[in-house]
Design a protein around this ligand. Structure first.
Ligand code: FDA
Length: 301
């Protein structure tokens, strides 16, 4: 728990974040980040597609503090959408509202999101709204709802550590949803703190959406949860087209290929860009063993 808090604190350090941007993909981050530009990322997606694995592409970005940075992020995402279409790869978009200006001005952010979703819709590309910390949750959900009045290519994430997740999943059951445990540090008045409670809620939410929801993305590296889902879908005759497993780029890659080979829909979350630092620190927070990536990098130089 102490290590988790330590890495989450590091992920929130703006000074280290800016320093990291200057030095390219370092500290082992290149194992979990697909590239710094669109070309490298499309190449990584093609590799994964060749194994029957689809991708969701995330343009990394943290601490967006002004409209100029948010606009730059929007342009980059629009360029990714164009590249997905031009290259005919099997991929969709994941984005974080804060990167598009949520903390600056909600209307400005909404206009950016609208433009992205509109362009993606024209190419029949799905856009998933990642969910961030609790303070941004309701506004992000509101924007998803508003956009889905016009477009049908929008979905979002349910974080199982929140007490409210059951109500949210009920409300969003007609959406394509990614269900996760939750990556941020949240206080006890809004979120379960105990790992067992989070895991139990995670399973309950997955089962609910598999039975009653539109399409379920089960995003986890937890083999116990994956084994449970395999049994559950078999016992309940849930067709393969109704769900997929998702993992992050570079994690449990053998298992990713194995699940795809077994015939399950599989999607890899492919982060790319220069702003890799915060993302990488959150991955270290979740699994300090990922420090191996760092030490390996130091000793294999
Ligand atoms: P967890 O970390 O709880 O591990 C459970 C067990 O699985 C471990 O004890 C270990 O045995 C095994 N295990 C886990 N990782 C392993 C590895 N690399 N190698 C070997 N064994 C391993 N969060 C969020 O708040 N908002 C979001 O939008 C998203 N989006 C998202 C997309 C995708 C595709 C993924 C996979 C995850 C997210 N997350 C997220 C992050 C999520 O909330 C969560 O923090 C992480 O997935 C970690 O939890 P896990 O369920 O993977 O297992």
């Amino acid at each position: 728990m102490l290590l988790r808090d330590f890495f989450i604190q590091l992920s929130e350090n703006q000074l280290l974040n800016s320093a990291a941007k200057k030095y390219g993909l370092k500290l082992g981050a290149q194992s979990v980040v697909a590239g710094t530009n669109i070309e490298e990322t499309i190449a990584s997606i093609k590799d994964l597609n060749a194994h029957n694995i689809s991708c969701t592409v995330d343009n990394l970005g943290e601490f967006v503090a002004n409209e100029e940075e948010a606009t730059k992020a929007k342009e980059q995402i629009l360029a990714v959408i164009e590249a997905i279409h031009e290259n005919g790869v099997d991929a969709h978009i994941s984005l974080k509202p804060s990167q598009l200006g949520l903390d600056i001005d909600v209307d400005f952010c909404y206009d950016n999101l609208y433009e992205i979703v509109e362009k993606a819709a024209a190419y029949d590309i799905f856009v998933n709204f990642d969910m961030e910390n609790y303070g941004r949750l309701q506004t992000s959900f509101d924007m998803v709802e508003e956009l889905s009045k016009t477009f049908n290519n929008v979905g979002t994430v349910i974080q199982s550590y929140f007490y409210r997740a059951k109500d949210d999943i009920e409300k969003f059951k007609n959406y394509r949803l990614r269900i996760v445990k939750g990556a941020y540090k949240e206080p006890a008045d809004v979120a379960f703190q105990d790992k067992l409670d989070i895991d139990l809620n995670f399973i309950e939410l997955i089962e609910y959406h598999l039975l009653h929801g539109k399409f379920t993305s089960i995003a986890t590296h937890d083999h116990n949860v994956i084994a449970h889902v395999k049994r559950f879908v078999a016992d309940n005759n849930i067709p393969l087209e109704k769900f997929e497993f998702q993992m992050l780029y570079g994690f449990r890659t053998d298992m990713q290929k194995e699940l795809a080979k077994e015939g399950y829909n599989f999607c890899v979350y492919v982060p790319f860009g220069e702003d890799w630092y915060g993302y990488f620190m959150r991955r270290l927070a979740e699994r300090p063993q990922n420090l191996n990536l760092v030490t390996k990098q130091v000793f294999t130089k």
